[in-house]
Design a binder for this molecule. Structure first.
Ligand code: MG
Length: 420
């Protein structure tokens, strides 16, 4: 699937309060908060102490009551406020049911908290309809099956989807068509951008930057002066560009393989051959884990023990041998100098390949072939088949931290490589 992704950000409205109202329907329509953080004693719900509002019903909000407000203050603003203690176990049980509904539309669900998640539905559209259709279906099911109101943003990236879901609460459905991300964001206040904290906002205001459109236009020099190196990423997101993938829990962030040499490599051809072998090994491990890499990294340690790591973002997530090799070779070309004692190739920004992402276009033919080759390697041993480049041999030198969650590596043996 090339091109535009479709990402939903689903955020339940006043979730803790909504959960309480399910078992206390008589409180519907009244100003209600769930508050915790202070000492609470049975029968003393009104002694605010040091409690803080965790969630406020929409009936309480016109009085200025909102989450993060000290409860004592909330009670002054709204004396008739109904205050309920936090019951996180109850909310967690309901949250499981919420996420079970999300999972029926895509396996690519990244939870933000008990009551919000990003869903990448790019591969779900043939089955479940386009982004807005899936968003509406999820809203309806949450309301009908669980009695919970939710707001959804639909966009081509996480940042814009999240801003969109927050714009028309409660029960909002905001769709930002591809290509309109920048326009959609431009009039909004800086504070709307996820990741723009109070300090960042204050600094930008000093420059007269008050909207996301202002931030989108800020030049490099001023951006760096005010926000440092991470400023560019913030500006990109203010323009509606955010390549961050939706990452379900349990997916390793990266995996890599490296090799220290008995004698330092001085010959570029030899280093290129090693980078190919390492890349093939990493690519194979990706495919065994059902993962795609968003970027490839190369680590090189030189004779003087200086270590360099470079990273290259792929045009689109990939697990095909040749795509990983091409990126790793390009990185080797950039860092190469004679006298290399260690080389490592890593797959970064991993995402599980969802439905529809693999084997669709002509670019996936390589991956299809690779998977077929992997099966043969599994049957006849690691070294049995390689694309005319030799084999790393049987020893395993994976970076184990990255692999723990993937389970054991595929079985493989040594043996003489045979060219294809
Ligand atoms: Mg929420």
């Amino acid at each position: 699937m090339t091109g535009t992704r479709t990402i939903l950000h689903v955020d339940l409205d006043a979730f803790f309060v909504s959960c309480e109202l399910l078992r206390r329907p008589e409180l519907r329509g009244r100003p209600v908060v769930v508050a915790g953080g202070g000492e609470s004693h049975p029968g003393e719900a009104r002694s605010a102490g040091r409690s803080v509002v965790s969630a406020a019903s929409y009936e309480a909000r016109p009085s200025g009551v909102r989450s993060a407000l000290p409860l004592a203050r909330a009670l002054r603003l709204c004396p008739q406020l109904v205050v309920l203690p936090v019951d996180i176990d109850h909310y967690a049980r309901i949250s499981k049911q919420v996420f079970a509904i999300f999972q029926q539309y895509t396996p690519l669900v990244e939870p933000g908290s008990l009551d919000e998640a990003y869903l990448d539905v790019s591969g779900s559209q043939l089955v479940a309809g386009d982004g807005p259709t899936i968003a509406a279906a999820i809203q309806t099911r949450l309301a009908d099956e669980l009695g919970l109101p939710a707001s959804v943003g639909v966009a081509s990236c996480k940042t814009v989807a999240k801003v969109a879901s927050d714009l028309r609460k409660p029960r909002g459905l905001v769709v930002v068509p591809p290509g309109q991300e920048g326009d959609f964001l431009s009039e909004l206040a800086l504070e709307r951008l996820p990741g723009a904290g109070p300090k960042t906002v204050a600094r930008l205001r000093l420059l007269g930057v008050t909207t996301l459109g202002d931030l989108a236009l800020l030049d490099d020099a001023r951006l760096r002066a005010v926000l440092g190196p991470q400023g560019e990423q913030l500006r990109d997101r203010a323009r509606g560009h955010d390549p961050a993938p939706v990452v379900p829990p349990g997916v390793p962030r990266s995996l890599s393989r490296e090799r220290t040499f008995a004698r330092d490599l001085t010959d570029l051809t030899e280093a290129q051959r090693m980078v190919r072998l390492l890349s093939f090994a990493v690519a194979r491990r990706l495919r065994a884990g059902g993962l795609l890499a968003g970027a490839v990294s190369l680590k090189a340690r030189f004779a003087d023990f200086q270590t360099t790591t470079r990273q290259l973002t792929l045009p689109r997530p990939a697990s095909a041998d040749l795509e990983l090799v091409a990126a790793a070779q390009e990185l080797l070309r950039r860092v190469w100098q004679p006298g290399v004692r260690l080389l490592g190739v890593g797959a970064e920004q991993l995402v599980p390949h969802g439905q529809g992402q693999l084997f669709e276009g002509p670019a996936e033919k390589g991956a299809r072939l690779d998977v077929a080759l992997d099966r043969l390697r599994d049957r006849f041993g690691t070294g049995a088949i390689a694309r005319g480049i030799g084999s790393l041999g049987a020893e395993e030198d994976w970076n184990r931290d990255h692999l723990r969650q993937l389970g054991p590596p595929p079985a493989g043996g040594g043996g003489a490589p045979s060219a294809l």
